[in-house]
Design a protein around this ligand. Sequence first.
Ligand SMILES: Nc1ncnc2c1ncn2[C@@H]1O[C@H](COP(=O)(O)OP(=O)(O)OP(=O)(O)O)[C@@H](O)[C@H]1O
Ligand SMILES: [Mg+2]
Length: 677
Amino acid sequence: MPIVHTIRTLMIAISKLSKDYGKRSLFENISLNINAGERIGLLGPNGTGKSTLFAMILGEIEPSDGEIRMNKNIRIGHLPQECGFHSQRTVIEELLEGDSEINRLNKEKDELEKEGSADSMRYGDILERLEILGYFQLEYKAKKILTGLEFKEDDFCRPVKQLSGGWQMRVLLAKLLTCPYDILLLDEPTNYLDLNAAVWLKDYLSDFKGSFIMISHDKAFLTEVTNYTLILDNGSIFKVKGSYEHYEQIKEERRKFLVKQFKDQEKKKEQLERFVSRFHAQPNKAASVRAKRTALERLKESAVGLLPNSRASIGDFRFPGTKRSGHKVITLEGISKSYGDITVYEDFDFEVYQREKAVLAGDNGAGKSTLLKIMAGVVDIDKGRRIVGHKVDIGYFSQTRLDVLNPENTVLAEAYSAAPGYMAETAVRTILGALLFSGDDSEKKVKVLSGGEKSRLILVKLLIDPPNFLLLDEPTTHLDVDAVDALTNALRQYEGTIVFISHDIYFVRRVANVVFDVQSGKVRKIAGEFDYYLEKKAKGELLSENSHGFGYRKPNHCSSTYRAIRKEREEPKKEDTDKLRLKEEKKRRIKEEKRRRAHNAATGGKIDKLKHEKENLRLEMYSKSRSLSDPRIYRRRDEETAKEYGRRIKEIEKLIVQIDEEIKTLKSGLLPVTGLN
Ligand SMILES: Nc1ncnc2c1ncn2[C@@H]1O[C@H](COP(=O)(O)OP(=O)(O)OP(=O)(O)O)[C@@H](O)[C@H]1O
Ligand SMILES: [Mg+2]
């Protein structure tokens, strides 16, 4: 934690905030404080203004009224709901060098060292600040977080711009968790994670010492990691201590209490009104009637209202019947596809049959989205044939929504763009209305739509001209709970064929009747429910080689193993044996020399790395000892931190001894080299 909080520090104060877009008011007069140590879940149906609230806290959008005040020392980290990442750095560089404050301090530190001013007060202050920012543990932490988010070591050095959108979001998330922020604003962080990574993030955030506000539609996730809940609904906001589950409980209690109060109040009102209407003409009751009238007025003034109903989400909808396609919906024959030097598929065969509702399961990066794109015909293939079956119409729902939406269109124009030939505007508007786009919403530009609204608009387009083969990449992402339910039901009743990718187990279970397990360019078909697949996977049965009907990849006769076997069978040629032996011997010695040099170079690299580590530890120890001994700094620390620092200093002393030992051992392992080339 960058700031040591001994008391509850106010971080963000929101007061009387309102925001409207034209006639539509998102929130009115909301006030709320965010304090250090709060881990807040922010919930609300699609389009209620959650992301807008973040944008206002960050100062990217102006409120219509009211203000947001911020503790000026806090650093805010933000994970947007969708973003393009334009970094020139590699993954690890982005985490280690992507923080502007750390960069600035490091530069100044280097300059002071060059000038020979490493004993100056300023130098000490810089180390102190770097220490507070967690700089000395940065690399260790970065690697741990990347591994947790399922980056392989090879990926650490890949340029960020080469990664897919989903993986770029993971880099950003890793960076937010690695770098020192006082508060994180996380807008649906699990959207791009598969199950394993989501579980890792849940565990990480459960132990997280900083503060965050996290928007999510995943109530189970929120329940485990938050200690406060914010509900944004109907233009107002409620903050409740406790996780979502707790909110549901008190909401129910409060609702019961209010209903009772409301009923009592109505009963009282009725009695008073009856009295007034019965006796208002009788002079001897005039005083009582006056008193009852006053009571009635007071009652009306202080009347309790019932909690407003939540804004409705989409209700059930159905895909209209579509024309029947041929039995084979799509066939891929001998397909090869690479991105640069990464081969995703090689000589790959695949088939989908009519009325299959197939989920592509398998690890992240296994090539699921690429397979869907190949089927959709939206990426070029390097080799092979893609054969679309008889009378097959394809509808593709891309993970990056904007691939299939034009941001400059209005909602109505975008929906119209999907209409086949002539279609009455009222018919288009009816479908828009069913998916909750009212008259005013239809005039909005696509680019201002919220995440969930963009997903809904793609569904509108699919409903306007229903295809009989749906290719869906994470269709439930961004949708609120009710909308996911509505989509699940619609797809269950859909009469066409579906191939989809989803990390939402509940959704997969209810929709899939076939599972394709995708693992590094190979696909196996498991005909049956998703749970049957999970069971097989848990037992490790998917790891064994193909049994009948499962494999879809041709044996690769060009593989190196195959070539090696062929070579072994070839007859050796006759040559002068002495000459050959000499040649062989020279070759062997050169090879040996190369091996020694490589060994020494690797050892040298290890020694340099250890020296670097030692230097960082030395600096960390220096800055910690300085913090403990300098009363000017020590005053700012609490007892707990002082103890922690003492413990760490001892640990560093031991680590330095260990590193010296390791360097000694490595040096003694250096091999003599001869200069032979
Ligand atoms: N510039 C704008 N003009 C008009 N309406 C806008 C503009 N920007 C956003 N909106 C609307 O404001 C509403 C709130 O958007 P926001 O992105 O904050 O929703 P959200 O709660 O984050 O929803 P989701 O759960 O779908 O991400 C949406 O209906 C959106 O269409
Ligand atoms: Mg949003």
